[in-house]
Design a protein around this ligand. Structure first.
Ligand code: SF4
Ligand code: SF4
Ligand code: FES
Length: 575
């Protein structure tokens, strides 16, 4: 550290170029904020982080104030507390009074601030916001009346996802966040990542709920409701309930869902294995010249990334892997193979995916994933919705007995967990490529995953004398930058790229419990890595439940043209 500053009569260390807010937070001073986001440039929009700095007549926003040697700061003087309290009271003056039944009740930063600053009565009566909510999107709902104009959503959409589907419009007290020309989000350039939901401090942005649809299906005598759970969901549920990898959360979740009325609960990890095999098989075939294809092959299991490519990068569409995403593979398997094997009418099967992702709602709604009015996946529940559903049925997961996951889709390999975080899928595909192209003893696989989570990494896999380049990148901004670099430099040494729209991959997905900061995504990744170690099946190709599903002709990964149901065709902009 470079020098000391005085805060509330205490000397603390600070570094040249640091912002005061960061220094205060690092030293344990609680400073309320609304517009501040770590790693983003400060905007000074909310002014809640104000402090008194000796020698300055006005209060100073600490998030945008660089520290200076000898600075003397007061963070909780009467004047500071009064200013912060008035700001919160003004925000509440035109805010809807529906906290009791608001979806973010108990998880709302505005509510917390009111409590923290001891706001106990309404002193200002502003005209209530009369903005209309927007439910046009298949994934993201907006209620501008609850917006506090912190700009977090606008910045994440523009700076992390490069999309600018939403922005500020109008001025003064008419200012609001809206999509282009005030039209619905459904006709905007939104890629459905849900990152705006993650950063919104209030209920101004929410997911389009499928909960009611699922509950209606569960209550129906006619429907057979089949759930399938993404492995990464287990990590998030464990995080919320303070459970550990060996706590057998999946089996408790199965038991809870059965009590809600689920007929079967399957492991989506089985379809993750299919997806890994397909990408690896296709890569091997292109490498060997067996099928036409260009490098790099780019993963396509993230619907937000695919949507971005369709909207903004059509020249890249021919590089996308043709493999259907695990969610849609599972939906297809249940509505075809499973329906046939159990003698169930397809129309009576209701499939529910439980995912860490909001964009999966959009993916399930696409016309190409619907056949003669029958959807492959009928509903998608985010982790937030799953936890709400369990609460509404009065179920406490940690008190559930354990129930086995249902056959025949009850086994997944350790690789299936790797789809839960950035870099995991690239590693899983690399391992299968190694497996498919190495004869004799399958030893010597080396894939150097970095210790710290990063948004972009590359590595080379050596097979004999060949070097195969793998890369992984998360967030659209990083993906775009990386792809442009590859194009400009004319590089041909990268053969496979995993792209995930959310920072950290699905661990940081838009459907995860609301997280403040990147720490949760890191912890979820660590959980997935622990689970990988516990899995007895190490490779997708060793998964015993794969072959029967893939048909009598045997599993021929990568040759998805032979099995139309596994194919995804990407055309410019859908939905
Ligand atoms: S879902 Fe993603 S792309 Fe759509 S508005 Fe939100 S941040 Fe932007
Ligand atoms: S919608 Fe939410 S994140 Fe966006 S500006 Fe309003 S309060 Fe902030
Ligand atoms: S957090 Fe500093 S102005 Fe909003």
């Amino acid at each position: 550290m470079d020098f000391k500053i005085e805060v509330n009569n205490r000397m603390i260390e600070a570094g040249e170029g640091e912002m005061l807010l960061g220094v205060l937070q690092r030293n344990g001073f609680r400073i309320p904020t609304l517009c501040h986001m770590n790693r983003f440039s400060p905007t000074g929009a909310c002014r809640l982080c104000v402090v008194e700095v000796e020698g300055k007549s006005d209060l100073i926003t600490s998030c945008s104030c660089p520290v200076k040697e000898g600075m003397r700061v007061k963070t909780n003087s009467r004047r500071v507390i009064h200013a912060r309290k008035s700001l919160v009271e003004l925000l509440l003056s035109n805010h809807p009074d529906d906290c009791l039944y608001c979806q973010r009740n108990g998880d709302c930063e505005l509510q917390w601030l009111a409590g923290e600053l001891n706001v106990r009565e309404r002193r200002y009566f502003g005209e209530k916001n009369k903005f209309f909510p927007d439910y046009s999107s298949s994934s993201v709902a907006r209620d501008p009346a609850k917006c506090v104009l912190c700009s977090r959503c606008v910045r994440i959409c523009e700076e992390v996802q490069l999309v600018t589907a939403i922005d500020f419009i109008s001025r003064g007290n008419k200012t609001k966040v809206n999509s282009a020309f005030g039209q619905g989000l459904n006709v905007s350039s939104c890629i459905h990542c849900g990152q705006c939901i993650q950063v919104c401090p209030t209920a101004a942005l929410l997911d389009i709920s499928h909960l009611e649809k699922v509950q209606a299906a569960l209550a129906s005598d006619k429907k057979r409701v089949l759930f399938f759970i993404s492995p990464s969901v287990i990590a998030s549920v464990a995080e919320r309930l303070d459970m550990r990898p060996k706590d057998n959360i999946l089996n408790q979740l199965v038991s809870a869902l059965k009590r809600c009325g689920a007929d079967k609960v399957f492991d989506l990890g089985f379809a993750n294995d299919i997806n890994i095999m397909e990408d690896a098989g296709r890569l091997v075939q292109i490498l060997k010249g067996g099928i036409k294809g260009e490098f790099p092959l780019i993963s396509s299991c993230c619907p937000s990334w695919v949507r971005y490519a369709q909207e903004f990068r059509p020249r890249t569409l021919n590089l996308l892997s043709l493999s259907k995403s695990p969610q849609q593979v599972m939906g297809t398997v249940l509505k075809t193979t499973y329906a046939e094997q159990t003698g169930t009418d397809t129309e009576d099967i209701y499939t529910v995916a439980v995912m860490p992702c909001v964009a999966k709602k959009y993916e399930a709604s696409l016309e190409k994933n619907t056949h003669k009015g029958i959807s492959e996946v009928d509903s998608v529940l985010t982790v937030r919705e799953l936890l709400r559903m369990l609460r509404s049925y009065g179920l406490n997961l940690s008190q559930m007995d354990e129930e086995e996951i249902d056959t025949p889709y009850d086994v997944s390999s350790s690789a299936a967990w790797k789809l839960g975080y950035s870099g995991g899928k690239a590693e899983a595909v690399a391992r299968e490529v190694f497996n498919m192209t190495t004869t004799g003893k399958k030893e010597g696989f080396r894939f150097n995953l970095p210790k710290n989570q990063s948004v972009r990494r590359e590595t080379k896999l050596s097979i004999g004398k060949s070097q195969i380049g793998f890369a992984w990148v998360s967030s659209i901004a990083e993906a775009e930058k990386y792809l442009q670099e590859l194009e400009e430099e004319g590089r041909d040494d990268i053969h496979y790229i995993e792209i995930m729209a959310c920072l950290g991959g699905c661990a940081g997905g838009g459907g995860q419990p609301i997280s403040r900061g990147f720490e949760n995504a890191r912890a979820r990744k660590r959980f997935c890595v622990e689970m990988e170690k516990l899995s007895p099946v190490k490779l997708p190709s060793e998964n015993p439940v794969l072959k029967p599903v893939m048909g009598d002709s045997g599993f021929d990964p990568g040759n998805s043209e032979a099995r139309e149901w596994l194919i995804n065709r990407f055309i410019k902009k859908q939905g």
